[in-house]
Design a binder for this molecule. Structure first.
Ligand SMILES: Cc1cc2nc3c(=O)[nH]c(=O)nc-3n(C[C@H](O)[C@H](O)[C@H](O)COP(=O)(O)OP(=O)(O)OC[C@H]3O[C@@H](n4cnc5c(N)ncnc54)[C@H](O)[C@@H]3O)c2cc1C
Length: 401
């Protein structure tokens, strides 16, 4: 069952971490995932198990109590977790992005204040760029942070916060005009504010409301919410990195590693769909033989497995590029684009292999079928990935004539 999606050149430590996570997924996630998902129930016990495994601090440096692992190790763990249930990888992902942004851009005081508790999973991160009127076009953000003495006052409405209810630290991107006169380019007048809050719904601190969970077609269990700021007061030392005007770049840096993560999720879901399809195809008989013996079904399995392999290879390549300290926006964009498209296709093929039973909620593939589309949207749609890829290609292959 593990012939596909192997990764060469892993250290013993990496192999041990990934195989521990795989065991955890097989024993603790797969048996309960579909039931929890159908009930839209938060996987509290699974999250406690992930905390014990140290996964909330996987990439947080050891000096702050984390495991100090690479993006590749993290992505391989995410792939395993998404193979079990994509929503669980969503619970870790926004936490990981916020921890990464703090590690890369935070002041020393911010790192000391948050990273040790994030490594333990005591502080849990969410990040918030999107608003009701925009997702792809981040430069159009309207939420504002205005300086008032030693504080900033935040106003605006945010949309689509993964872990909006369960998180206790939200990185919120706002426009901040202080020091950036009118006419400053939009991406140079944005600031990331580190907003601490109580978990839950309603008014979670004065001026900050999390209205409730958005009801979604899939990706259930994990809470996705709006966030409303109405005169929310934030101390000036909670500007990420201590300087305003850098928020756009900080968020894009976070989203770039997030894209490798979404690619890894696509790989994991596609692997599970392949496993379900290849297993069902050998049990279901039509016209006197298992459907796996019909060439049309074998061809489907061949196509599915090839896509699983290709997506995994691109995801690993993008992660390794970042780990080597090189710019990886081209590779991350390609991996995210390909893995999410292939994931949708592999899931669809596994669904077709299941015939009518794929439509029944008793079969796991029904859940995967509703989960896969989220990957086409999160961390930038396919069109946005293609814009990034296209621009980078034109930089790399500039016409010299
Ligand atoms: C379940 C879920 C969880 C999410 N979690 C988070 C989160 O934690 N934090 C957060 O900040 N956001 C989050 N998002 C928001 C997500 O990042 C956005 O939905 C996504 O970026 C797309 O933005 P949009 O929905 O506004 O679509 P739009 O930007 O309105 O795009 C609509 C369509 O137009 C296309 N399009 C847009 N611009 C162009 C262009 N220039 N050229 C060609 N086509 C274009 C898009 O590809 C898309 O097909 C989440 C979304 C979902 C569904």
């Amino acid at each position: 069952m593990t012939r596909l999606a192997q990764t060469s050149g892993l250290t013993d430590v990496q192999q041990e971490i990934v195989s521990t996570v795989r065991d955890f997924v097989d024993k603790e996630i797969i048996p309960v995932a579909t039931g929890l998902e159908h009930r839209d129930e938060y996987p509290t016990e699974i999250v406690e198990g992930l905390k014990e495994l140290g996964l909330f601090g996987l990439m947080i440096p050891e000096e702050y109590g984390g495991l100090g692992e690479s993006l590749l190790t993290y992505a391989l763990c995410v792939e395993e977790i998404a193979r079990g249930w994509m929503s669980v990888s969503g619970i870790i992902n926004t936490h990981f992005i916020v921890a990464y942004m703090l590690k890369q851009h935070g002041t020393q005081e911010q790192k000391d204040a948050f990273l040790p508790r994030m490594a333990l999973g005591e502080v849990r991160g969410a990040f918030s760029m999107s608003e009701p009127g925009l997702g792809s076009d981040v430069s159009a953000i309207t939420s504002k942070g205005v300086r008032d003495g030693e504080e900033y006052v935040l106003d605006g409405q945010k949309m689509w916060l993964t872990n909006g209810g369960t998180s206790t630290l939200v990185a919120v991107l706002c426009r901040s005009d202080e020091g950036h006169p009118e006419g400053t380019a939009p991406h140079k007048s944005m600031t990331t504010f580190l907003v601490e809050k109580e978990p839950g719904f309603g008014e979670v601190r004065p001026g900050l409301t999390i209205p409730g969970k958005i009801d979604k077609m899939g990706y259930k269990g994990v809470d996705t919410t709006e966030l409303i700021m109405d005169g929310l007061r934030i101390p000036a030392n909670r500007v990420l990195g201590g300087t305003t005007g850098r928020g756009f770049y900080q968020m894009m840096d976070g989203v770039e590693v997030g894209r490798v993560n979404v690619a890894a999720r696509g790989c994991g879901v596609a692997q599970r769909a392949f496993e379900l399809g290849v297993s069902y195809a050998q049990q279901r008989r039509t016209f006197g033989k298992p459907i796996a013996q019909h060439q049309a079904i074998q061809f489907k399995l061949a196509e599915m497995a090839t896509k699983v392999e290709a997506a995994h290879a691109m995801m690993v390549n993008a992660a390794r590029k970042k780990d080597s300290g090189e710019r990886n926006d081209l590779e991350a964009g390609m991996a995210k684009y390909l893995a999410s498209e292939y994931c949708k296709e592999v899931v669809e093929d596994a669904f077709r292999i299941h015939g009518g039973y794929g439509f029944s909620k008793e079969y796991e593939i029904e859940r995967l079928y509703r989960e896969a589309p989220m990957l086409l949207i999160g961390e930038g749609t396919a069109e946005i990935q293609k814009m990034i890829i296209g621009r980078r290609l034109l930089e790399e292959y500039r016409f010299q004539g």
